[in-house]
Design a protein. Structure first.
Length: 92
């Protein structure tokens, strides 16, 4: 049985998708760094140098990058919706 809905192209990426992906990667790097820097506290070993704690701040940076991508995507969708409304409101 064939689907009545046409399939979307595989590279159907909206504006902001790249920022969300990059933000997710930076967030994951920061999350791993956070786990690594917290581990010595539970294991009773010497803490890592300050640089390791600074790398864990990438978690927040990644969150901000992904948030910027979401906001960009929202802005583009709103512009497209306004353009469709404006085209529909024009007399023929």
């Amino acid at each position: 049985m064939r689907s009545e809905t046409p399939s979307a192209p595989s590279d159907d990426s909206a504006p902001g998708d790249g920022l969300v992906r990059a933000g997710a990667i930076v967030f994951i790097v920061g999350a791993v760094a956070t786990l690594v820097t917290v581990a010595p506290l539970f294991l009773g070993s010497d803490p890592f140098p300050t640089v390791a704690y600074l790398v864990s701040m990438l978690m927040g940076v990644g969150f901000l990058i992904a948030g910027a991508g979401v906001l960009r995507s929202i802005a583009v969708q709103r512009r497209r919706a306004r353009a469709v409304q404006a085209a529909a409101a024009q007399p023929r």
